[in-house]
Design a protein around this ligand. Sequence first.
Ligand code: SAH
Ligand code: SF4
Length: 369
Amino acid sequence: MDRYRMKVNQILEKDNFSKDEIVLLLGTEGDEKILLFKKSAAVKEKHIGKKVWFRGLIEFSNVCGKDCLYCGIRKGNKNLKRYNLSDEEILAAAKFAYDNRYGSIALQSGELESQLVTSRIENLLYRIKELSDGKLGITLSVGEQKPEVYKKWFDAGAHRYLLRVESTNRDLYRKIHPYNKKHDFDRRLECLKNLQEIGYQTGTGVMIGLPFQTIEDLAGDLLFMNDFNVDMCGMGPYIEHADTPLTEYSGNLLPLRERFDLTLKMIAILRIMMKDINIVAATALQAIDPVGREKAVKIGANILMPNITPGKYRDSYKLYDNKPCTDESAEDCQSCLEARVSLADAEVVYGEWGDSKHYDKRRKDEGRI
Ligand code: SAH
Ligand code: SF4
């Protein structure tokens, strides 16, 4: 065996990696990459099983008050029809998820901070709990909010929150956002801390293959997730959107295929580091590879987010170009995903929340339960 392979093997024997070791693993190709994926698949099987849980994704509004430079629904994009689902449409989508025995839903939208939004979401949470007899798990992903707002929503029944940190390199964060108080890295971190303290299963994640991003940045992102003790992670490739300022740098990006590959390696390494967290197979993977999400499930991801947004709105929630499945209905989405999951040698678990096991362990360690 050559020295490089021996080194990769040696690193994979451990589960606590240094930054240099992560950089080395992110650079693996060919046989060494296969070793990494074999290891992460085995870790998943041992700690999670060959299972996948659904979070029915309801993209309930593309109205956003922010201007993240990468995002297709940023406030400054005028080439876009804005929509906001009615409460009835949201409740009908939640009911669909419940009737089809999805364990959970995820409510996602652009970011708005207002009294109106706070009470609307609070009210919807109570009503979703009511229509599902308290049985539907609810993830929120509606951006940065004040701690008292997070608390209100937690008390109303949301128990998971997904807030991607986008990049943990402060300088890079600054380059991909406007430089103002609304897009402040420290507030992002503070929000994550607040969510964790309130008691949410807290998820974060990053985009992979951003302009200016280095392999060292990505290694730092994984170390951050470990240090921060996240319960869930959703990370995916960065994909340009033609109507955003960041497309200016398209010429300097890694090819899509490499961004895809790097994302799989990020998932695999994180699975080895954090064995019992929930990891999402991001939809953006499928924008690059038709079986991208299935590949992620095979090597470590255990959560899929079938889109159950009413079909007519899907085209308008384009965070990036080439977003898949924007012309399907919720039913199509489910049967398609189910077939896909079995191709990945995994099985969809119905009627269960599929909570992050890491959360219980963390709360015990913190002496909270
Ligand atoms: N407004 C909320 C949730 C919706 S955006 C928030 O920002 O937290 C959800 C995620 O979409 C973002 O966290 C970001 O990581 C991802 N996203 C946005 N634009 C993207 C792009 N061009 N390519 C890939 N992912 C993108
Ligand atoms: Fe708005 Fe989220 Fe897009 Fe930023 S990433 S512009 S907050 S929807």
